[in-house]
Design a protein around this ligand. Structure first.
Ligand code: MN
Length: 236
């Protein structure tokens, strides 16, 4: 459709930078794995028994994508805005019903991400059986570093850490994922036709907590990189 046929200018395609290049990765969808580290599931009061449970997911609008290094407003309607440090996986080719053994073929690369969350609203929604959107699909809440191209590579381990104002809050290892990278790709592809540019936030380890305006967050994943966020004044 010709650009000038739209009633108003369409929003730009959400995208992330790619390390070592000038091109950008156009983003399709944002998927998030729910409880995926045992210690975090326990701190949320909902432990996971992998022998009888499957992973679950929620999505956010790709317009919540925010580049690392941003200053974002403290969002409205929350008094408990939380950080969640996560390994992000970028899908590089289409796939549906992907076998675990072939899952690596669909990986384009990885990034460091923050799944910022209105925890108070998320927990109310969870406990009342309501959707999580107001708690999770928060404007500016999907922080993502540049994508590091690692086509076909499965990250099995590596330290994952988050500090607030220089103080370590989260420290774990990607080898503690309950459902690993291969299992996430295979399982999610049973529900969705995965597309190039789909990003999957793989879940957060324990130690999540609140931020206040002025906080500086620094996340790091061994072998991937880092993600930075400053929490600004309240949204107006
Ligand atoms: Mn999360």
């Amino acid at each position: 459709m010709a650009q000038d046929n739209y009633l108003w200018a369409p929003a730009p395609t959400p995208s992330v930078a790619i390390r070592g290049g000038s091109q950008r990765l156009p983003v399709q969808r944002l998927f998030f794995v729910g409880r995926n580290y045992h210690a975090h599931a326990a701190e949320m009061g909902r432990p996971v028994d992998k022998s009888v449970e499957r992973p679950f997911y929620f999505t956010k609008s790709p317009f919540t994508l925010t580049p690392s290094g941003s200053t974002t407003p403290y969002p409205s309607e929350t008094a408990n805005y939380h950080f969640e440090m996560e390994l992000v996986l970028a899908i590089g080719k289409p796939g549906f019903r992907i076998p675990v053994a072939q899952a690596h073929e669909y990986i384009y690369g990885y990034a460091c991400g923050l799944d910022m969350t209105r925890r108070d609203l998320q927990l109310v929604a969870r406990d009342k059986g309501r959707p999580w959107d107001l708690g999770k699909d928060v404007e500016h809440s999907s922080v993502c570093s540049e994508i590091v191209p690692m086509p076909g590579r499965v990250i099995e381990s590596g330290a994952i850490e988050l500090s607030v104002n220089g103080q370590v809050k989260q420290h774990s290892d990607v080898n503690k994922l309950i459902w690993n990278i291969r299992e996430i790709i295979a399982d999610l592809s049973l529900f969705y036709h995965l597309q190039p540019g789909d990003l999957i936030y793989s879940g957060t380890p324990e130690g999540v907590g609140p931020v206040v305006s002025g906080d500086k967050l620094h996340g790091h994943i061994e072998g991937v990189g880092e993600v930075l966020l400053t929490v600004g004044p309240a949204a107006v």
